[in-house]
Write a protein that binds this ligand. Structure first.
Ligand SMILES: [Zn+2]
Length: 350
């Protein structure tokens, strides 16, 4: 038996694709097998596994986690779904591609090894004059796997991609999703209904292109794609999984049912925000006036200090301007803070 078929046998028996990926941090030989229910399983690489059920399908679903390696709860959710599929406990009704983005960063318990993977998508992995590293190579490969997956599914099918994360700090709105910039295309009620079913009622509408995985799938492949933040980071095994029960049940239904009926759309169920501005760190001396544990979506009064970048002070210029993802430790030139303001739903939704 070759090493390749040995790992395939073990995977088929135990369904533990997460451990297999963690034991092969940057590369795993491709392989394939078929489950007794007819579902075709293809391992494209470490952390990248595709399931194609025998039945007719209508949606091509990408579920990614571990784009940041220390964000454990989504990894645990996907690990469990993969196990149940391989062991035959969850029968699929849709094509699914699971991605554990950065296995080495899972192993070291860090957000990333050398570079933040979620700043490298949509071509930003390959920049003339910038040295390639493992994360840049990985971002390029992940784009290719997603592209191939959607292309094999074919045109005129529903495409979705949920990139699952947990936030570094707590949030007034525990779970929230980022709706990538759609370049004028309308937002979709059906997607907001899906998110609500996952326990996510707060959605941040982006107004410009990004380097994120979700923006890539949305922009390049027309997928309904979101970065979904499921709560605060905890080490493996310390997550209170009951807080993720709705997310897990909804994802499970999405991939195992021909159709899922969600609660009727009601705009008052949601808190929507639009990005107001992005504040970059340009100086070594960069500080926030609020404490390290200030929560995402904390609002400020007009005129309040938001950040100090060397000699430059940033003040809230809109009443209720709220902070998202503050991180004073980012590399020079990168985003240290995003601010948002409340948004009313307009006509631009279908
Ligand atoms: Zn993350």
């Amino acid at each position: 038996m070759t090493a390749n078929s040995e790992y395939l046998n073990e995977l088929q028996q135990q369904g533990d694709f997460l451990t297999l990926s963690r034991n092969n941090e940057w590369h795993l030989a491709a392989g394939a097998f078929t489950l007794s229910n007819g579902t075709a399983v293809t391992i494209h690489d470490t952390g990248v596994i595709e399931f194609q059920p025998k039945c007719d399908t209508t949606i091509d679903v990408v579920l990614s986690s571990a784009i940041h390696g220390n964000e454990t709860a989504p990894i645990e959710i996907c690990d469990d779904l993969i196990k149940r599929i391989i062991l035959g406990d969850l029968q699929l009704a849709q094509r699914v591609l699971f991605i554990f983005g950065n296995p080495q960063s899972i192993n070291i318990g860090k957000r990333f090894v050398e570079e933040n993977l979620n700043r490298l998508f949509n071509g930003h992995h390959t920049v003339e004059g910038v040295r390639m590293n493992n994360e840049r190579t990985r971002a390029a490969k992940l784009e290719q796997y997603v592209s191939d997956f959607y292309q094999r599914g074919g045109q005129h099918r529903e495409r979705c991609h949920y990139d699952l994360h947990t936030a570094i700090r707590g949030s007034k709105n525990d779970k929230f999703a980022v709706y990538p910039f759609l370049h004028g295309k309308p937002w979709k009620k059906s997607q907001l209904q899906f998110l609500l079913s996952c326990g996510v009622n707060t959605v941040l509408m982006m107004k410009s292109p990004a380097t994120t995985f979700s923006y890539y799938s949305s922009f390049v492949h027309g997928a309904d794609s979101f970065t979904v933040e499921l709560g605060q980071v905890k080490p493996f095994g310390e997550n209170d999984m009951s807080r993720f029960a709705k997310t897990k049940a909804t994802l499970s239904a999405l991939i195992s049912q021909k159709e899922v009926i969600y609660k009727e759309f009601d705009a008052s169920d949601f808190e929507l925000f639009a990005v107001h501005r992005s504040i970059n760190r340009t100086e070594q001396d960069f500080t926030f006036p609020f404490s390290d544990d200030a929560e995402n979506f904390t609002g400020f009064s007009k005129g309040d200090l938001l950040a100090t970048d060397g000699q430059t002070c940033y003040y809230a210029d809109v009443e209720g301007e709220a902070i998202i993802f503050p991180n004073a430790d980012v590399a020079l030139g990168q985003r240290a803070l995003l601010t948002v303001i409340p948004l009313q739903l307009t006509d631009n939704i279908i």
